[in-house]
Design a protein around this ligand. Structure first.
Ligand code: ADP
Ligand code: TRP
Length: 322
C-alpha cells in the first residue's frame, strides 16, 4: 500500500503538531511495510502566505524540523510539491472535469470565508490541487485529520470521474481519519494552535519554552489544597511525555495536596527539555550541513518525477493532448 501525507509549511511548529502529526508519522515510518510518501505542500501554503521571504524560510525550516524529529528521507519518499511540476499539469486536467458543485459544497472554503479570510480562487480550488497531489502518486491511503476528510472524498470523486470518462488510470484513494489521537491543550486550555497564539514551540530557546510553561492557566487552589489532575492543563501535557508509572506518581501529588502548580510546571518543564533535547541538538547539527536541503530535494525529485511523468503522460494521452 502506498501512504501519502502532505504537510503545509505554514509556520512555527508546536508540541501539539509533534504529538498529533509528526510522531505518528515517524512511528509509522519505523513500523510498516507500506511505502510512505511525504511532501511539503508549498503551493498550498501560497493560499495563506504572501510574504516570499517567510515562505522560503518556512519551507526550509519545515524540512529541518521534520528531519530533526526523526523523519528519514532515505527510508521514505520525501519531496517538495513544487519540485514536481507534473502535479500542476494534472491539477488542470482535473479542473476540467470537476463539477462546480463539488467545490461549492467545500466546508473548508466556506469556513475560511466566514472567518473573514479574503476569498480568492486558489482557496476555492484548493481541493483540486490536493486531488492532484494524491492521484499523481497513485496513493492508496491518506492519513488526515477530520478537517481534511472532505478533501479526500473530492480526490476520490475526481479519480472515479476521470476513470469513467477516459478509461481506468487513477487509484481510488482512501482517507484514514486519525480520531484517537489526543488533542493537546495550549497554555490557555483551548486546543493548542498557532491561530490561538497559545503554543509551546517545538524548537525554541529554553527560556521561551519555560516562559510558556510557567504561564499555563491553572485553577487558583493553594499549595496545600488537594487538586484534580484530570482537569489540569499541566497534567494533560505531562501525560504525553510520561510513562504510566510517572503519571500515577504525579497524579498522587495532585490528590494528596502539598504540591503547588508552580512545582507541577517545573516537573513538566524538565520532562519537555529531556524529551526534546536530542532533537534540538540534531537540528543544530543539520543547520551546519550546507547541502542538506538541496540533497534532500534532489533525491525527492529523483524518486518521484519519473513516476509522475509516466502518470501525466498516460493522463494526457487519455484526454487527447498527447
Ligand atoms: P495549527 O492548529 O497550529 O494551525 P495545523 O492545523 O497546521 O495546526 O495542524 C498541523 C497538524 O498538527 C495536523 O495534523 C493537526 O491535526 C496537528 N495538530 C495541530 N494542533 C494539534 C493539537 N493541539 N493536538 C494534537 N494535534 C494537533
Ligand atoms: N490540505 C492538507 C492540510 O492542510 C495538506 C495537503 C495538501 C495534503 N495536499 C495534500 C495532505 C495531499 C494529504 C494529501 O493539512
Amino acid at each position: 500500500m502506498r501512504v501519502l501525507t502532505g504537510i503545509q509549511p505554514s509556520g512555527t511548529l508546536h508540541i501539539g503538531n509533534y504529538f498529533g502529526a509528526m510522531k505518528p508519522m515517524i512511528d509509522m515510518m519505523n513500523n510498516t511495510d507500506n511505502e510512505i510518501f511525504c511532501f511539503i505542500a508549498d503551493y498550498h501554503a501560497l493560499t495563506s502566505i504572501r510574504d516570499p521571504k517567510q515562505l522560503r524560510e518556512n519551507i526550509t525550516n519545515t524540512i529541518l524540523d521534520w528531519v530533526a524529529c526523526g523523519l528519514d528521507p532515505d527510508k521514505i519518499t520525501f519531496y517538495v510539491q513544487s519540485d514536481i511540476p507534473e502535479v500542476q499539469e494534472l491539477a488542470w486536467l482535473l479542473h476540467t472535469i470537476c463539477p462546480m458543485g463539488l467545490l461549492e459544497r467545500g466546508v473548508a472554503y466556506r469556513d475560511k470565508v466566514e472567518n473573514g479570510v479574503n476569498a480568492h480562487s486558489g482557496l476555492f480550488n484548493y481541493p483540486v490541487l490536493m486531488a492532484a497531489d494524491i492521484l499523481m502518486v497513485q496513493a492508496d491511503i491518506v492519513p488526515v485529520g477530520k478537517d481534511q476528510k472532505q478533501h479526500i472524498e473530492i480526490a476520490r470523486d475526481l479519480a472515479i470521474k476521470f476513470n469513467y470518462e477516459y478509461g481506468e488510470l487513477f487509484t481510488l484513494p482512501e482517507g484514514k481519519i486519525e480520531k484517537s489521537l489526543a488533542t493537546l491543550p495550549g497554555i490557555d486550555g483551548r486546543k493548542m494552535s498557532k491561530s490561538y497564539k497559545n503554543t509551546i514551540p517545538l524548537f525554541a530557546e529554553e527560556s521561551v519554552i519555560k516562559k510558556q510553561i510557567m504561564s499555563i492557566v491553572t485553577s487558583s487552589l493553594g499549595v496545600d489544597e488537594k487538586k484534580d489532575p484530570d482537569s489540569c492543563n499541566v497534567f494533560a501535557l505531562y501525560k504525553v511525555f510520561a510513562s504510566e508509572e510517572e503519571q500515577a506518581t504525579l497524579a498522587k501529588k495532585y490528590t494528596d495536596g502539598g504540591m503547588g502548580y508552580g512545582e507541577a510546571k517545573k516537573i513538566l518543564l524538565e520532562k519537555v527539555i529531556k524529551y526534546f533535547t536530542p532533537m534540538w541538538e540534531k537540528r543544530k547539527e543539520l543547520i551546519h550541513q550546507p547541502d542538506l536541503i538541496k540533497n534532500i530535494r534532489k533525491s525527492g525529485v529523483e524518486k518521484v518525477r519519473p513516476f509522475a511523468q509516466k502518470v501525466i503522460n498516460q493522463a494526457k494521452e487519455k484526454v487527447g493532448i498527447l
